[in-house]
Design a protein around this ligand. Structure first.
Ligand code: AMP
Ligand code: MG
Length: 400
């Protein structure tokens, strides 16, 4: 039944084999680097913490001093940001969180376990050496790798870089993603919707996805269903973009000009993929730009973007890991009549930690994608019974 159809994995392998990572690297301020892809591994030029310091407010002591006597004179006070004197024998130093441990001291007694009496402190619980001390280099050792190359930088990664004094970071330049939308029936919201017309919802969905992945977007808008218009915009986009993604016009209907246009301007592979939603997919090259043509159907273009364009884009951006994390989750629904193709079902987490199914999986129903919290990746021909474990791809994992 799936004769002539390419499997999702075969299509993905062919796509990824054709993905060329951008090689240009730019040095950007670390404070603006969140979301960018790190081009070179970063090492720490220092130990963190840079000195032994107190983990709590309390008293720095020499633990052996407390073996005979539970009461010590307080000989100094050390605040965070200042350095104390060496600890006099048989005394304690009042110390605050983050302040350097004075030389001679080997432990901190937290203030909750002490009682201040005049200029002395009574220690109620005997400390062990090392108690409440954060040791130099215990978080990060000088010269150790703190961030690997090929990682999309999270906000906390830029914080980590800053914590060792890194001011700028080398990142790959942004991928230039060109988008256009074919179909004479398309109009933009705000324009009158003449009979037979529909709104260009894919423009919103695909542009938003391009933004999620930190692309530099070039939006060429709606392109009329004509060979000349399609060729012209393809040439323009190929000159300006790394990757061109389009919606619609990749079927084999009379008004489907994407195929002949890409063939005329470059090279094209047309695939019919064994997946639901989203059978037709086009992959090619126009000039120096890669080309991926998605189906026009809004659910199909959304799902095929996540399954194919996402990993292709990530690989082009220079990410090393492009496979989405999945979760083995419990289906709280039945799916008794699976398709012979691999299906991506729109589902939502419920309060019981299981997955509910959107009641209609019709690929024209965009509501399902908005309602859902992710997709179940269901193998071809596999029925699902309530309680079964399924492979869940949450949007939170697909969107990174
Ligand atoms: P096509 O792939 O061009 O045959 O389009 C398949 C279906 O998707 C048709 O019903 C189109 O009207 C619809 N469609 C195509 N492009 C868009 C778009 N940009 N936004 C919403 N629906 C679209
Ligand atoms: Mg069309």
């Amino acid at each position: 039944m799936n004769k002539g159809l390419l499997s999702v994995d075969e299509a993905l392998a062919q796509l990824l084999a054709g993905a060329v990572p951008v090689s240009a690297v730019e040095e950007v301020p670390a404070i603006e680097a969140s979301g960018r892809i790190l081009a070179r591994a970063q090492r720490s030029t220092m130990d963190v913490p840079p000195m032994d310091n107190s983990a709590m407010d309390g008293y720095a002591v020499r633990s052996s001093d407390l073996e005979r006597n539970g009461k010590l004179r307080v000989s100094q006070k050390i605040m965070a940001g200042s350095v104390g004197k060496p600890l006099e024998p048989e005394t304690a130093a009042r110390i605050f969180t983050g302040a350097p441990i004075p030389s001679g001291a080997d432990a901190v007694v937290i203030q909750e376990e002490t009682e201040a009496v005049d200029d002395s402190v009574v220690v109620k619980k005997k400390p062990k050496p090392g108690d409440w001390v954060r040791y130099v280099g215990s978080d990060i050792r000088k010269n150790s790798e703190i961030l690997p190359a090929g990682k999309r930088l999270l906000p906390q990664d830029t914080g980590l870089a800053a914590s060792v004094g890194i001011k700028t970071l080398p990142v790959f330049r942004k991928v230039r993603l060109g988008l256009f939308f074919t179909g004479d029936e398309l109009v933009m919201p705000g324009e009158p919707l003449a009979p037979g017309r529909i709104y260009n919802s894919n423009r919103f969905t695909l542009r938003g996805l391009g933004e999620v992945f930190g692309c530099e977007l070039r939006d060429y808008g709606i392109v009329p269903d004509s060979l000349e218009a399609t060729r012209e915009v393809l040439r323009r986009a190929a000159a300006e973009c790394d990757l061109i993604v389009t919606s619609g016009g990749v079927s084999v209907g009379d008004a489907d000009y994407v195929k002949p246009a890409v063939e005329a301007e470059g090279k094209l592979l047309m695939w019919r993929i064994a997946m639901k939603p989203g059978r037709p997919l086009a992959f090619g090259k126009v000039g120096g730009a890669a080309f991926i043509g998605l189906p026009g159907n809004p659910v199909s273009s959304f799902v095929t973007f996540l399954i194919f364009v996402r990993p292709f884009l990530l690989r082009t951006q220079g990410l090393t890991s492009v496979e989405p994390n999945s979760i083995a989750a419990r289906a709280d629904f039945d799916w008794p009549e699976p398709d012979t193709r691999r299906e991506f079902l729109r589902v939502k987490w419920n309060a019981q930690g299981g997955l509910d199914l959107y009641p209609t999986q019709d690929s024209a129903v965009l509501t399902s994608t908005s309602w859902a919290s992710g997709l179940v990746d269901n193998p071809a021909g596999q029925a699902i019974q309530k309680g079964d474990t399924v492979r869940f791809l949450p949007y939170s994992e697909l969107y990174r």
